[in-house]
Design a protein. Structure first.
Length: 241
C-alpha cells in the first residue's frame, strides 16, 4: 500500500505542474509502479524453509571468494547431490570452486577490449569453471576475500540442483569439456544460458546462493563487490545470533 500511495502522490505532484492527472497519464503511473516493483524485488530476505534463522539448523558451509572481476562459489564436493554430473576431466578434490561466465572472456587470462565489449553487449555462449582445491580457500587464493556462510542440508540440495542444471550435456548425458582451466586442477565445461549484461558471472553466483535460501538479491549482484557486500551482511547477521 505504501508504494501505491507513493505513486498517487508522485503523479499528483507532477500533474499539478504539467497539467495532467493519473487518469490521463497512465504511462507515468505504470513506470512508477514498475520502479516500485523493482525496488521491492531487491529487498529479498531469507527463504525460511531453506535458510532458518537458527544457524545451528544450517550445518553446511559454503564459501564466496572474490578473484578479480569474479565472485565465485566454493562448496564441499561430498555435499553435492549424487546426481551431480560426472566427467573424467572434472577436478577431483575436497573443495570445488564453481563459476559461470562468457565462453571467450572467462577463460582468457588477458582479455582484449573486443572481448570486454562482446561479453557485455552481445548475448554469447557460456562456460562453467570448475577448480579442485585440497586446501582452504584463503590458502589457495592468498590475499583474496573469502566469506563463509552456512546453509541447511535442504538448501544444499537445492543449490546442487541449480549448479547441475547449468551443465550443457551431450547426447549421453555427460558434461561437455571445453578446455583446461585457469589454475592447476581446473577445467572449463560448456554451460547453459547466454551471458550478457546485466546477466553476469556475479549475478549467477548470487542466484546460486539464493537457490539455497540465502538472503541475497541477485539483481543487485552485477559486480563481484556487491555480491561480497551482500554475503558479508548475511555472515555478520549470523555472528550476531
Amino acid at each position: 500500500m505504501f508504494f501505491f500511495d507513493f505513486v498517487k502522490k508522485m503523479d499528483a505532484n507532477i500533474g499539478v505542474h504539467a497539467g495532467i492527472t493519473m487518469k490521463n497519464h497512465f504511462p507515468l503511473m505504470l513506470i512508477l509502479l514498475l520502479l516500485a516493483a523493482f525496488l521491492t524485488a531487491g529487498c529479498l530476505g531469507p527463504v525460511a524453509e531453506l535458510y532458518p534463522d537458527d544457524p545451528d539448523e544450517r550445518p553446511v558451509p559454503v564459501h564466496i571468494v572474490k578473484v578479480g572481476w569474479h565472485a565465485g562459489l566454493i562448496v564441499e564436493s561430498d555435499q553435492l547431490d549424487e546426481d551431480f554430473p560426472e566427467h573424467e576431466d572434472m577436478p577431483r578434490a575436497e573443495l570445488l570452486k564453481i563459476g559461470w561466465g562468457d565462453d571467450k572472456f572467462y577463460p582468457e587470462p588477458d582479455p582484449s577490449f573486443w572481448l570486454y565489449l562482446r561479453a557485455g553487449f552481445w548475448p554469447s555462449r557460456s562456460v562453467l569453471h570448475m577448480v579442485g582445491m585440497d586446501v582452504p580457500a584463503d590458502e589457495y587464493f592468498p590475499g583474496a576475500e573469502v566469506i563463509t556462510l552456512h546453509i541447511s542440508e535442504e538448501g544444499m540440495v537445492q543449490m546442487s540442483e541449480f549448479l547441475s542444471g547449468y551443465f550443457r550435456l551431450d547426447e549421453d548425458g555427460a558434461p561437455q569439456f571445453q578446455e583446461w582451466g585457469r589454475y592447476g586442477n581446473s577445467a572449463f565445461f560448456k554451460a547453459r544460458g547466454r551471458y550478457y549484461l546485466p546477466k553476469t558471472s556475479n549475478t549467477w553466483t548470487a542466484r546460486a546462493l539464493r537457490s539455497a535460501g540465502v538472503p541475497i538479491t541477485p539483481v543487485y549482484g552485477v559486480t563481484a563487490g556487491n555480491v561480497m557486500r551482500q554475503a558479508r551482511r548475511a555472515a555478520e547477521k549470523d555472528e550476531e545470533e
